[in-house]
Write a protein that binds this ligand. Structure first.
Ligand SMILES: [Zn+2]
Length: 180
């Protein structure tokens, strides 16, 4: 592995972290002393994604990472967030053990994770994946995010108890319907 800064061919590992499917190594170039990161991953069995129009396409990790990166642009998230998110998703897909999954499931898995990380990135990603056609759809997404936030905050619950209960019930019914 050549140093990306000076091209020298030898480096030492200064830190190594294991995730489910990959090892992340922090290396230091022995010539210029610059640090860089390498990832070693298990080559997962091919996974196919069924698109909305019925076409099948091989799961493209890089494409997904660049989509997530775009959504996270200029947001206060640590470098490597998109890679980590996709690592985590791949591990879950791997555990599911299915040879193909729908693009909707992939989108949902990303959004589920972005929701906890950064709300603006979540809305950006959702607008592309869910193909928001107008402001109404954007508003719905923001509202549902606000509702989900409200659930975490007991102060807000106490402030608007009735509204919170009815919207929560609606959200749950909607969820069940969409899954059947
Ligand atoms: Zn170097």
């Amino acid at each position: 592995m050549k140093c990306p800064y000076c091209g020298f061919s030898d480096s030492k590992v200064v830190d190594s972290r294991d995730t489910d499917l990959s090892v992340r190594r922090r290396r230091q170039c022995l010539a210029c002393q610059t640090r860089f990161t390498t990832y070693e991953r298990v080559q997962a069995a091919s996974l196919f994604v069924i698109k909305k129009d019925g076409r099948r396409e091989e799961f493209n990790r890089d494409k997904l990472i660049s989509g997530i990166r775009k959504a996270c642009e200029k947001r206060p998230l640590p470098a490597g967030t998109a890679e980590k998110l996709v690592d985590d998703m791949e591990a879950e897909l791997f555990r599911l053990g299915r040879p193909e999954v729908s693009s909707i499931l992939i989108g949902d898995m990303v959004m589920e994770r972005l929701k906890d990380l950064d709300q603006i990135a979540y809305i950006r990603f959702a607008s592309v994946y869910r193909e928001f056609a107008d402001l109404t759809m954007l508003k719905q997404a923001v509202d549902s995010l606000a509702r989900a936030q409200g659930k975490h905050s007991s102060a807000q619950l106490a402030l608007i108890p009735e509204l919170e209960t009815s919207s929560t019930r609606q959200a749950e019914t909607g969820y069940r319907k969409s899954r059947v």
